[in-house]
Design a protein around this ligand. Sequence first.
Ligand code: CA2
Length: 144
Amino acid sequence: MKLLILNGPNLNLLGLREPEIYGNRTYSDLCKLIEAHAAAIGVEAEVRQSNHEGVLVDWIQEARGKFDGIVLNPAAYTHTSIALLDAVLAAGVPTVELHVSDPDTREPFRRISYVRPACIACVKGRGLEGYLDAMDLLKLKMEN
Ligand code: CA2
């Protein structure tokens, strides 16, 4: 089973700013956490980050037939991007929306998620461990 973990704009800065919202751990720590969990649950995981909407669209499109599931943290594009919504719908790969914080309890503009209707679940407000929950969810879905 292969999972694609996609991270949107500015998540490469994790741990460097706003620790009160996103914690102290870095993007590199996140990658290591995901890799260790993938090994523990017996799945392959590929972790990518881009600051560019079109690159994320390309990666979601390319996932069709290559990956069994996507964990998608679209970051700020969550709240703006119909292109990402359409890409997830078109790819037809089970996708879990993921947020480190809980956007629904923050500023009103973060309460809209364009991608949510295309996703099988949303994991939010669980910190970096939320990525692991999302991986577990996708693994369970594949097995049932
Ligand atoms: O909580 C999340 O994971 C978000 O997707 C993060 C986005 C934000 O726009 C969403 O509303 C919620 C922001 C990612 C930027 O991450 C940074 C982390 C540390 C320092 C600077 C930016």
